[in-house]
Design a protein around this ligand. Sequence first.
Ligand SMILES: *Cc1c(COP(=O)(O)O)cnc(C)c1O
Ligand code: SF4
Length: 341
Amino acid sequence: MMKPDMIPARPIARQAAPRWQQLWREAVRDPAELFGLLGLQALSDRLSPAATAQFPLRVPRGFVARMRHGDADDPLLRQVLPLDDEDRLVPGFELDAVGDGAALAGAGVIRKYRGRALLVATGSCAINCRYCFRRHFPYADETAARGQWSEAVAILANDDAIDEVILSGGDPLSLADAKLAELTDALAAIPHIRRLRIHSRLPVVLPERVDAGLASWLQGLPWPVTVVIHANHANEFNEEVDAALARLRDAGCLLLNQAVLLRGVNDSVDALADLCERGHRAGVLPYYLHQLDRVRGAAHFEVPDDRARVLHRDLAARLSGYLVPRLVREVAGDPGKRPLA
Ligand SMILES: *Cc1c(COP(=O)(O)O)cnc(C)c1O
Ligand code: SF4
């Protein structure tokens, strides 16, 4: 037996970081490396240094592996590659496209909708999506995004009209399990909260995130939990993603998908139908199909409203009713998403 003052022969091993955090750090950030992996060196001429500097390339290797080799028009690649299309300034495409600046109650709480409050839990994401309004969002000014919840929790506690908390970001599942537990422990003390919703792209872009630790955190939560994943194309699903989604369902979560309608990615009835059916195969029901937020640098992704309505109508003619997402747009100052169809 060891006496208390004896020094152990070997230092106690520090607990290794979870595998998903390691995969996170190993994401591809160098466009030249991405072109090498995909055999697309010719694309380097079209890279935008300005866009790369403003919102850098970042894409997990597992997501790159789902891209088609040698295909410059691959729908997954288009979502992450900072091309010179982004340099075009288009009137109407602004820095704060959805009016979040005005809706911020402070401390990372966004109160736009009745009954629901969105908590910007962190500014980080595992992937940088070119079409995302987050590319210009001033996360550094928001205290919840810096991991200090107390102010945000106080805002939620003081408003008993809020019965649903939506964890968003950034990507809330980019937080370590212990941080998530710290936050939900604080929320659990607020009696008027009845539902938790998590918006995350991680189950799709880094499915390893849904590990045993995350599952046990989810299982321990006192509310029904809805996870809204963000997949824009059927090719984003593979066996690992299916397994991650199955683990979320096993932990009791209801799974929904929201997609953004993106030119050159999913702007055909076939692509949208494949997405809805593939999601369903993984236990996910379609929720929203969003018209693009008009954010600076993303104009080349826009699908005109008339075309969006036709696509949506044709989709509804083809699929079971429950497989048809609602076509909506986020309008600054509106009390909810505005339906287009
Ligand atoms: C979309 C959104 C919500 C949730 O709206 P639902 O229609 O309930 O999905 C809440 N807060 C913000 C800021 C949103 O953009
Ligand atoms: S918030 Fe979602 S869409 Fe935006 S960059 Fe992060 S993962 Fe992509």
